[in-house]
Ligand binder design. Structure first.
Ligand SMILES: CC(C)(COP(=O)(O)OP(=O)(O)OC[C@H]1O[C@@H](n2cnc3c(N)ncnc32)[C@H](O)[C@@H]1OP(=O)(O)O)[C@@H](O)C(=O)NCCC(=O)NCCSC(=O)C[C@H](O)C(=O)O
Ligand SMILES: [Mg+2]
Length: 283
């Protein structure tokens, strides 16, 4: 399979892997995530930054089955320059920039590599439409750990305090034709909570979820993928539409509901995702 581009996907699951954990980097090659982010930022303590950079360079020398992006340290940090050089020269498919707060700083980067901008501060949320509109930006990732801290919000099982921000990111990304990717779920031993959060993210309009542990990948792939039943339903809707159009009707009734052109377009999107991910860690 040719790795998909950070601009297109599918990206049902995007796995963060700490750059200083060699075993996890090797294991990531064997997993069913749709993309991998090798992390040099918050998962790596200051004393391991340089070693992590070398690990990432080494890891990128052998081809991967999926796109591999590098999360660099923040632009103002002492590591930013070396991280960026690494991402540009080592063969990363894209760069993940944390704590993006304005479009200007992203414009100024002018990387020549697709960039996923992390929206994880209040200013970032408020600037998300402008950030998403920058041509080099291919996607927006939410970082709810940093965001919750900055908002002084409290944890809530339904992410209630974060809902406005989550929707704002989806809105900004979709308006610009970019990918919105949902935040991580910290408790890697909470499959029920994780599945609920995936379902919520998909309902809000996210294209996929960022994950931090191998055990979260299958559930994200299922939630953001297309089941055989959903594909069959999409086929049935398109058949109902084709039949109605052949009879000269402009709209079609299907299972008691109105079907118009946009529903057909949506069903076709569903089938494209189904075709693109069948047998690859979905249902
Ligand atoms: C969360 C963890 C610290 C849990 O670690 P641990 O308890 O050691 O995991 P396990 O023993 O269950 O691991 C089992 C095997 O799986 C491999 N593994 C674990 N995690 C990963 C991974 N992310 N990628 C690939 N492989 C992984 C282990 O090596 C074991 O393998 P084996 O030897 O074969 O048994 C840990 O999962 C972890 O460190 N996760 C990543 C954390 C991370 O990347 N954090 C940064 C990104 S999230 C973030 O920054 C949030 C955002 O910015 C925000 O603001 O919200
Ligand atoms: Mg963060």
């Amino acid at each position: 399979m040719t790795p998909s581009s950070p601009r297109s996907g599918p990206f049902r699951s995007v796995l963060y892997v700490p750059g200083d954990k060699l075993r996890a980097i090797e294991k990531a090659r064997t997993l069913e995530a749709d993309a991998v982010i090798l992390d040099l930022e918050d998962a790596v303590a200051p004393e391991f930054k340089a070693q992590a950079r070398e690990n990432v360079r080494e890891a990128l020398q052998t081809p991967w089955r999926v796109p591999v992006l590098v999360r660099v340290n923040g632009l103002g940090s002492e590591w930013a320059h070396d991280d960026r050089e690494l991402a540009l020269t080592a063969g990363a498919a894209g760069l993940v920039l944390p704590k993006v707060e304005d479009a200007h700083s992203v414009h100024a980067l002018s990387l020549g590599l697709p960039l996923w901008a992390m929206i994880e501060t209040p200013r970032g949320v408020l600037s998300a439409p402008a950030i998403a509109a920058v041509p080099g930006v291919a996607g927006l990732l939410v970082g709810t750990n940093d965001l919750a801290r900055a908002l002084r919000s409290r944890p809530h099982p339904d992410r209630l305090p974060l809902l406005h921000a989550l929707s704002a990111v989806v809105l900004a990304a979709r308006a610009a034709g970019k990918l919105p990717l949902d935040a991580v779920h910290n408790d890697v031993r909470d499959p029920d909570g994780f599945a609920r959060e995936c379902e919520q993210g998909r309902t809000l309009g996210f294209a996929g979820k960022t994950v931090i542990h191998p055990g979260q990948i299958a559930a994200a792939n299922a939630a953001f993928g297309v089941s055989d039943a959903e594909a069959a339903e999409a086929h049935a809707l398109i058949a109902a539409w084709d039949e109605a159009r052949a009879q000269g009707r402009s709209v079609a009734p299907h299972r008691g509901a109105l079907v118009e052109q946009m529903h057909v377009d949506e069903a076709q999107d569903t089938l494209r995702l189904w075709e693109g991910t069948r047998g690859e860690g979905g249902e």
